[in-house]
Design a protein around this ligand. Structure first.
Ligand SMILES: Cc1cc2nc3c(=O)[nH]c(=O)nc-3n(C[C@H](O)[C@H](O)[C@H](O)COP(=O)(O)OP(=O)(O)OC[C@H]3O[C@@H](n4cnc5c(N)ncnc54)[C@H](O)[C@@H]3O)c2cc1C
Length: 255
């Protein structure tokens, strides 16, 4: 069992394992039970939570769900979380959560939750940010914005469609890089505050994207941008300046 160190972040909240799980396991509109079966540390501030969701209806890479915690007095808190795992029929899904300072729900996950606990989820939600796997995908993510993009990359690796996928991940430092051991040839890493020895930190720039946009694949790129508001605006502006059609840029903001 993985437990997360306390530090100065949110104290344990009053959420408990929900006393009663409501609804059937079928439709995305219905709450269903999700039991934590594994917790994996990704970075000092982010962990992946693997859930058993026996009735999960399936999802497309890039989709998210609504998660609900319920306290003993009936108080509830709901938040959106992107699905990190690729679509499969395992009956499990994975979420990767940043520990937001003072955060009610992320604080519970990082300081209280343990394998065996159950929460409620409803989904999958939003087809807008989904990648069906049938067109070239250019993926730009910062921080935990990489989560839905990793679902796309994992799905691409599993299914090996003929279309290319390219991923650009921006992180503050190498220690903040989520999924650090999973990146392959499709990925470019950008570190904004501190970079590995021999490289310099810097912001995402046109120079990173130009090689991909100067020679787009057949049919052009479908661009997916995910992260904070400032990253989403910066990345979208760069893409349009480099010729990516505005109606082929999909943006999801976490902040
Ligand atoms: C579609 C969608 C998908 C998302 N997917 C993910 C995901 O995969 N992983 C993930 O970690 N988060 C994700 N989020 C963000 C998530 O929904 C919550 O906002 C986040 O976990 C904070 O919730 P909390 O209850 O811990 O903090 P709260 O109690 O809601 O907020 C505590 C304090 O932190 C600030 N704050 C809230 N959210 C953020 C944030 N994201 N960054 C910085 N400060 C914040 C608030 O303004 C407040 O001051 C997603 C959001 C959306 C809309």
């Amino acid at each position: 069992m993985t437990r997360h160190a306390g530090g100065t972040l949110a104290p344990p909240t009053r959420f408990q394992v929900p006393p009663r799980i409501i609804g059937s396991n079928r439709a995305a509109a219905v709450w269903q039970s999700a039991r934590i079966v594994e917790i994996r540390r990704e970075t000092p501030r982010a962990s992946t939570f693997r859930f058993a969701v026996p009735g999960w209806a399936g999802h497309l890479p890039g989709q998210h769900l609504m998660l609900r915690l319920t306290a003993a007095d009936g108080y509830t808190a709901q938040r959106h979380y992107s699905i990190a795992s690729p679509p499969d029929d395992s009956g499990h899904i994975e979420l990767t959560l940043d520990h937001v300072e003072g955060g009610e729900v992320s604080g519970w996950f990082h300081r209280v939750a343990r394998p065996g606990d159950s929460v409620e989820v409803r989904g999958p939600l939003s087809g807008f940010f989904a990648w069906p796997g049938d067109r070239p995908a250019l993926l730009l993510g910062a921080g935990s914005g990489v989560v839905p993009l990793m679902s796309m990359v994992r799905s691409h690796r599993l299914r090996r469609p003929a279309v290319p996928v390219r991923l650009l991940v921006s992180a503050r430092t190498p220690r903040d890089l989520i999924y650090a051991n999973e990146y392959g040839d499709e990925t470019t890493l950008v570190f904004t505050r501190a970079a590995p020895p021999g490289t310099r930190p810097g912001r995402l720039s046109a120079a990173h994207l130009d090689p991909w946009l100067a020679q787009p694949p057949d049919g052009g790129w479908e661009a997916y941008v995910c992260g904070s508001n400032s990253f989403a605006e910066h990345a979208s502006r760069l893409l349009t300046e480099l010729g990516q059609p505005v109606d082929r840029i999909r943006v999801e903001r976490f902040g």
